[in-house]
Ligand binder design. Structure first.
Ligand SMILES: *Cc1c(COP(=O)(O)O)cnc(C)c1O
Length: 389
């Protein structure tokens, strides 16, 4: 363990199994075709698992690159001593372009304004900025529209010739890779191939072409190119039930979320439970209080449906999830304050998984782990060089 909350890790904590994370990275690397490398995506505090320990573990397991969304995330990695290849892709005009380029961060560019920002920062820094040009092959989010691509490529090539930048990457992102066989997948690949050809004709010779997120990495070897960008699978979750379960994919969930019961009491039949009294006890029963609420990232949409292992059995959230707590009806069973409640984990001790929570809340496993709040300490196990954890 390398983190302790001022309030103690008893109430609610997220145990992070870095041994599992390293095994997931190795397993994913083992699937790559044609010598492709692996970028571990560690944006959003490593999907809620803790940025720096997860980034280190991913590097130890052979991640060739790290990927983040925001410049703040990139600079946090550099401040923590990470010196490897690192791509950052979500830029605004007022972002710290200069600091990122001075810190040797590869930057993504989709339009003339961000190319100009990279060039200006490179000149100011007195160094060559490393740029990945992004084509929108159909996601409709960031990336250069195909009809503007030849112009962006020509401008980037001119900036390269002037010495301000070097185009190290050409890349794109899938819209529906989590639905294998979706027609947009082939359509996006065709647009990407055209974009690569345009870039080659303009004289660009990038180090890496990259397209695949986790679902494409797992289902579409033709899209591995020189590098894959895996996020959710590094944390041991499946990108979608359509792609397979974590176990089918050889992945092990990294986060276990557990609480200590904050109280247990007997109440008579007909007793309302939690805000709105959406639940009335069907008869005399035992209620357990779990000190975890939506302020901790427990979805309020899982009111009445979220699964939790308490007193040896899988049970469900009883009534509404409140800001800091929810209740579980134990029926004829008993428990005591301080007993463990496991909300989710790898699933092999009978506990629910993040994917079970996603189903209960009508969302995806990505959101379940990423939204776990800052009030919840992350306790990292299997830190390299550490003993006894
Ligand atoms: C988040 C993200 C990824 C990782 O996606 P997963 O499905 O979690 O593997 C890859 N590329 C980009 C551009 C992203 O924003």
């Amino acid at each position: 363990m390398n983190e302790h909350s001022p309030e103690g890790s008893g109430r609610l904590r997220a145990d992070i199994d870095l041994t599992a994370l390293r095994a997931n990275v190795r397993s994913l690397r083992g699937r790559l075709t044609g010598g492709a490398g692996l970028m571990a995506v560690v944006k959003a505090d490593a999907y809620g698992h803790g940025l720096v320990p997860c980034a280190r573990a991913a590097r130890e397991a052979g991640a060739d690159w790290l990927g983040v969304a925001t410049p703040g995330e990139a600079l946090a990695l550099r401040a923590a001593g990470d010196r490897g290849r690192l791509l950052c892709w979500l830029w605004t005009p007022d972002a710290p372009w200069l600091r990122a380029i001075e810190a040797d961060v590869d930057v993504s560019v989709s339009a003339p304004w961000d190319l100009a920002a990279a060039v200006a920062a490179a000149r100011e820094a007195g160094r060559t900025a490393r740029v990945h040009l992004k084509i929108d092959t159909g996601l409709g989010r960031s990336g250069c529209p195909p009809r503007e691509w030849p112009g962006l490529v020509a401008a980037a090539r001119a900036a390269e010739t002037s010495g301000a930048i070097t185009v190290t990457g050409l890349w794109s992102h899938f819209a529906c890779a989590d639905e294998p066989g979706h027609p947009s997948i082939a359509a996006q690949r065709a647009v990407f191939e055209d974009a690569l050809a345009v870039a080659a004709r303009a004289g660009l010779d990038p180090e890496v072409r990259h397209f695949a997120n986790s679902p494409a990495t797992l289902t579409l070897p033709e899209a591995h190119y020189d590098l894959v960008r895996t996020g959710i699978s590094v944390y041991g979750l499946s990108p979608s039930p359509d792609v397979g379960s974590a176990a089918d994919l050889g992945l092990r969930p990294v986060m276990t979320l557990r609480a200590a019961l904050a109280g247990v009491k007997r109440v008579p039949g007909g007793h309302g439970v939690s805000y709105g009294h959406e639940y009335l006890t069907p008869g005399e029963t035992t209620l357990a209080l779990v000190p975890a609420g939506y302020a901790d990232g427990i979805p309020r949409h899982a009111s009445g449906s979220g699964p939790v292992l308490v007193a040896g059995k899988w049970r469900t959230v009883t009534g509404r999830v409140a800001m800091d707590q929810f209740v579980v009806d134990l029926g004829g069973d008993t428990a005591e304050a301080g007993d463990e409640a496991i909300l989710f984990g790898p699933g092999d001790r009978g506990e629910p998984t993040a994917e079970d929570w996603a189903r209960a809340a009508g969302t995806i496993g990505y959101e379940i782990v990423t939204r776990i709040g800052s009030r919840v300490p992350r306790v990292h196990h299997g830190v390299s060089g550490a003993t006894g954890t």
